[in-house]
Design a binder for this molecule. Sequence first.
Ligand code: ASP
Length: 210
Amino acid sequence: MKRVLIIYTGGTIGMTRTENGYAPRAGYFRAALDGISDLHSEEMPAWDFLELSPLLDSSNMTVREWNCIAALIAQKYNDYDGFVVLHGTDTMAYTAAALSYLIQASPKPIVITGSQKSICLHDTDARMNLYNSFLYAADDDSHDVSLVFDGKVILGTRARKERTKSYNAFSSVDYPEIGVIRDGKLIRYLAPKQYMDGAKPTFYDKLEEL
Ligand code: ASP
């Protein structure tokens, strides 16, 4: 069985109601995941969960967090078959691009996702985005950094947030989507890259902090 590491950085996906509006709360999202039976079904990979501190609204992400996420993936790279980074949507495309440069030629998939509505709401897109991300991260032909959202798989360097309310928040810019996930089936539009057995990614130490 494949093993995936979830790295939870914050964002709407794990926010809950507080006196000051919706905000992420430590420990809340991990508990919510236990209630999603789909994520524990047979076709899902086994997963571990890592929560960063503090949890951030992604408008507060800086180069320092990008370096930190990449360093964490480098540190855990040999222990997992794939990585799912949970992130706010506002700067998700920037983080996807940054990670694509910090971690190059990765035979293991690094997926970034989040949601437009919190997991605590009944009409949330969080469950679908999580399920699709796990499915993509567990596929043998998935590699490199990509963003999975609303059933689309987008190359990490090509994603742009174009819609603030619609579940269809992201588009792939000047490049086709890698594929789509519909009803639990991954359909690839582009032939997957081939990596030799035992191929290793190149990790770059850091992007310069301004
Ligand atoms: N402002 C939130 C963030 O980017 C929006 C979201 O998560 O979708 O963290």
